[in-house]
Design a protein around this ligand. Structure first.
Ligand SMILES: Nc1ncnc2c1ncn2[C@@H]1O[C@H](COP(=O)(O)OP(=O)(O)OP(=O)(O)O)[C@@H](O)[C@H]1O
Ligand SMILES: [Mg+2]
Length: 382
């Protein structure tokens, strides 16, 4: 499960709008998604038409009961809010959580433990955080591998952001829980100079940690929230829908940290003398196949990789120049290439790895050939 907390202590920068519509966007692409509303204001719950105050049991009760045998669990309060999309609603009582647990051991990992005890099976978890630094946000940080920081282009939007990121890093380092941080520009209005300047600054400071997608200021997003619907259900023709669809696709393409830290000699695929070498490190699997555009996605005998040293499976393919989509089949399960950062969302909402084979040119050899043939011509002529 890939896990994200949407965090910014600055109010009104688009955390809840991002949480709802990214969660719904991923669900729309066929992923099973759980959204947790960790904000006592309950805006994410309201934005999905769930009135948490009317429920007997809430997130607050579950977090307090963590560790108790036979205590309530997240499964008891999960609400289905769309196809592939579930919500853990919040309520105002959650604001008492910090005070109630002051000084209690393990208070930062309550949410993590509650999630671990869940039976529901999800591809993505998103947590909408309150606009404050406190125990609720810390619990969210402990439960995720990624943080998304929405930044709305205002005069103060970048003020204090560096300090906030530093404190997230310090907190996670202290508790030995590394987190990847991503920034997202929201409420963007191309016509204003401030928007363009903030976008430029964000790219300058956060580089590849910034989503390429920006979320434009779009009234339809506001309206969708007031109708209790995500944008993909409310209006699939507005720019807000397209922005969140693009963001969901970008999120699908994020690689896990292990992949990014893979040494370069492990990277797959790479050109070798007789073709393109595809490799996949998996010491404990029984069968590994390679399928793609080049073999009509057919997992037959020819698609099998050979198991080499240290559980590294390999196959060399001789391919004409071109761009190919492909996947591995690991003990029957279709997987993208963990060593290849180039991937694309396919028509089914899944991810294909992509390899481009460039035409091979031998300028020196060609030149040599040409001069040899000229010599032969001259000899023939004389
Ligand atoms: N891209 C957008 N276009 C238009 N309106 C937006 C957009 N993003 C957010 N809004 C509106 O701006 C307001 C604040 O957004 P939102 O509630 O998502 O921010 P937040 O960071 O969650 O706020 P808080 O800090 O209070 O939790 C809401 O009224 C929302 O509908
Ligand atoms: Mg909010």
């Amino acid at each position: 499960m890939k896990t994200f907390a949407v965090v910014n202590q600055k109010g009104g920068c688009g955390k809840t709008t991002t949480s709802i519509n990214l969660a719904a966007g991923l669900a729309d692409l066929g992923k099973r998604v759980l959204l947790i509303d960790m904000d006592p204001q309950s805006h994410a719950s309201l934005g999905l038409n769930i009135k948490a105050g009317e429920l007997d049991l809430g997130l607050y009760d579950i977090l307090l009961a963590v560790g108790e045998q036979d205590g309530p669990r997240l499964d008891d309060i999960v609400a289905s809010v769309g196809k592939n999309l579930d919500l853990i609603p919040s309520s105002i009582i959650l604001s008492a959580f910090e005070q109630k647990l002051a000084g209690a051991p393990g208070r930062e990992t309550r949410l993590l433990e509650a999630i671990n005890a869940m039976e529901g099976d999800y591809d993505y978890l998103l947590i909408d955080c309150p606009p404050s630094v406190g125990l609720l946000s810390f619990n969210a940080l402990m439960a995720v591998d990624h943080v998304i920081i929405p930044i709305e282009p205002s005069f103060f939007s970048l003020h204090g952001l560096g300090k906030q990121i530093e404190s997230i890093q310090l907190f996670t380092e202290k508790l030995n829980h590394p987190i990847e941080i991503h920034t997202l520009v929201t409420l963007f209005d191309r016509r204003t100079r401030l928007s363009r300047e903030v976008l430029e600054e964000v790219h300058k400071h956060f580089g590849k940690h910034t989503f390429q997608t920006v979320i434009h200021n779009n009234i339809r997003l506001k309206e969708a929230a007031s109708y209790g619907s995500p944008i993909c259900e409310f209006d699939r023709h507005c720019i807000g829908f397209h922005d969140f669809q693009a963001l969901a696709q970008e999120v699908l393409l994020l690689k896990t940290r292990e992949v990014q830290e893979q040494p370069t000699e492990m990277l797959s695929p790479r050109p070798v003398r007789n073709g393109i070498l595809f490799s996949f490190k998996a010491p404990d699997v029984r069968s590994l196949k390679l399928v793609g555009d080049f073999n009509n996605w057919t997992p037959d005998k020819n698609s099998e990789l050979e198991k080499g040293e240290e559980g590294n499976w390999e196959k060399v393919m001789t391919l004409p120049p071109g761009k190919y989509h492909y996947k591995f089949i690991v003990d029957g399960e279709w997987r993208e290439d963990p060593g290849n950062p180039n991937s694309i969302v396919n028509d089914f909402g899944g991810i294909d790895s992509v390899v481009e084979v460039k035409p091979v040119e031998f300028p020196e050899l060609m030149q040599q050939d040409r001069s040899l043939s000229m010599e032969a011509d001259q000899q023939e002529a004389s």
